[in-house]
Design a protein around this ligand. Sequence first.
Ligand code: 5RP
Length: 234
Amino acid sequence: MSSLETAKKIAARKAVDNHVSNGNIVGVGSGSTIVYAVERLSERVKQENLDVVCVPTSFQARQLILSNKLKLSDLDTHPEIDVTIDGADEVDSNLNLIKGGGGCLLQEKIVASCSKSMVVIADYTKNSQCLGEQYKKGIPIEVSPLGYVPIKNKIEKKYGGSVSLRMAVKKAGPVITDNGNFILDWVDYKSTFDWPNVNLDIIQIPGVVETGLFIGIASKAYFGMSDGSVKEQI
Ligand code: 5RP
């Protein structure tokens, strides 16, 4: 296993061991790191006979819960979640996040907002001081297909940088989210922006469904490090 995969795995396992207990309703994030967390959760459910119910943040997370034979629920049945464990594309020194590299930001933010705590699991490459330092693929913004061109123009005009429509592999067409929307990726912005205000401003543009800026939502992060240790950030 590469050092990056090992880093994801040790962060994920530690977060599950420290934050999930019997009777919990658990929000299950999306991406590659969460795979290790769900595997660990499944191990613990079998070994400790834990009663845990999982609420997914995406179609991928739903499939992961089912394939690991964990109890699947939703926000209609369980609108209050004890802990959500999720990956991130970048985590700054204030625990603000960029998420949505996998296009699941809307459901991820809804589930996180219903949770008593959101715990982030990531490898060492995701750790930064200021948002934008590390993750160069851009800030994901989920938008209604109808408005993607005016939204792109408004963001570029007001904040600079470049906003592009996320395309599927081999440019077969735009990526469509689990909610039937498009994703815009915003690159070359200033990493010194006042992110809480920029986030609120962008969300108010008609047609913007959600941003991948998770401001003040996460309560703790676990980073798997290249030396095999796990760094905790609160
Ligand atoms: C998906 C996400 C993921 O959590 C984020 O992209 C991190 O993924 P990975 O664990 O594969 O690095 O936000 O929308």
